[in-house]
Design a protein. Structure first.
Length: 367
């Protein structure tokens, strides 16, 4: 299962200056930019300055996550992943590089600035300041470029692959959940010496929460919450033939056209042989439904318009089973309203061959 928390504020900060007029970016705010820029900037092949990204997950979404773990709705051994999605425009990117994600140790203000502001906006976080209220006094970082707790970073290594960030941050999130340190969010940077060396290159662009797309930064809780498809859980249902010698048919049971973004629905999945040879001995079970055996069935959920996997196949998406059918449950809070999604079912056969059933099992999320 999955629970999603979207960023409550995000921005990027720059230690450089405008190459045309020399205006410093060190106190400039980019809090309302639709794009988060993580860059190493060069001039005449010589490294000049880096930028960094700040993202925070707080407020109602994070508080609900915390209370759900406290009351046992979400298990305390859930894993947490930080995700950001590539926007168009990445350039000068090395084939191999590493990004570090660190917990920020001071509060900061997103601000209202954009990269094209002239004069520049300074009323939020920047390389120099964590806040600078309009008409007020600047509040500097303890360490310029964003102060962080002295704990191990979460590292993602890239090698000729998509720049999308998907990195486990379980220790960091548990630190916040257990109130060991305050939750001020995450700082994203090129790792270690790669941030300032002259051999690693990269101008990365990611979607911010202000893009109005499905690609806002997110924190994902993931866990295996399935009920095993074994023993008394399956009642009198018969197991589907997954020997690889039979064509199978997968269908949904009672799928609604619409679900609210506050629901945690149970999606029921039916299974049977594709072709039934009628005989006097056919039972209702044989012609109408079976269950996909334990470990052989899993699900994914895809955004129809973009093809983006909101929930991808994994060990956390195994199908459950009760005496009626296979099923799975998912929190709908991570699905944007007014969009259409579809369910994909994967069946793994005894010979390890896999078949994905894409039969347009579609539904829409509404507020």
């Amino acid at each position: 299962m999955h629970y999603f928390v979207f960023s409550s504020q995000d921005s990027w900060i720059s230690s450089g200056s405008n190459p045309i007029d020399g205006e410093s970016f060190r106190d400039k705010n980019f809090g309302k930019d639709p794009i988060l820029e993580l860059q190493k900037n060069y001039f005449n092949l010589s490294f000049e300055y880096p930028t960094r990204v700040l993202v925070q997950f707080s407020g109602t979404g994070f508080n609900t996550l915390s209370s759900s773990i406290s009351d046992g709705t979400i298990p305390d051994d859930a894993k947490f992943y930080f995700r950001m999605f590539e926007a168009q425009g990445n350039s000068d990117l090395s084939a191999d590089y590493k990004l570090a994600i660190q917990p920020i140790s001071q509060s900061w203000v997103e601000g209202t600035g954009k990269v094209g502001d002239n004069p520049k906006t300074t009323n939020g976080c920047s390389w120099k300041n964590r806040s600078f209220p309009d008409g007020g006094t600047e509040i500097a970082w303890a360490d310029v470029g964003g102060s962080v707790y002295p704990v191990s970073s979460s590292i993602q290594t890239f090698s000729n692959q998509s720049p999308d960030i998907e990195v486990e941050v379980t220790d960091m999130v548990n630190m916040w959940l257990k109130s060991q340190e305050e939750n001020y969010g995450m700082l994203v940077r090129f790792s270690g010496s790669q941030e300032t060396d002259s051999t690693t290159f990269g101008k990365l662009k990611f979607f911010s929460r202000d893009t109005g797309t499905i690609y806002a930064p997110r924190l994902e809780a993931r866990w295996d919450g399935h009920t095993p498809c074994t023993g008394s859980n399956t009642g009198s249902l018969n197991p589907l033939d997954v020997s690889g010698n039979t064509d199978n048919f997968i269908y949904t049971i009672g799928l609604k056209d619409k679900y609210r973004d506050t629901e945690v629905p149970k999606f029921r999945i039916g299974a049977r042989k594709q072709y039934i040879q009628k005989t006097f001995t056919n039972s209702y079970q044989t012609t109408s439904g079976s269950f996909i055996p334990e470990g052989s069935g899993s699900y994914a959920i895809q955004d129809v318009a973009t093809g983006q996997m909101i929930v991808d196949f994994s060990s956390n998406t195994l199908l459950s089973c009760d005496t009626k059918s296979n099923y799975f449950t998912e929190y709908m809070n991570g699905f944007y309203p007014d969009r259409t999604y579809k369910i994909l079912i994967k069946v793994t056969y005894d010979d390890n061959q896999e078949q994905i059933f894409d039969n347009e099992f579609e539904f829409k999320i509404v507020r």
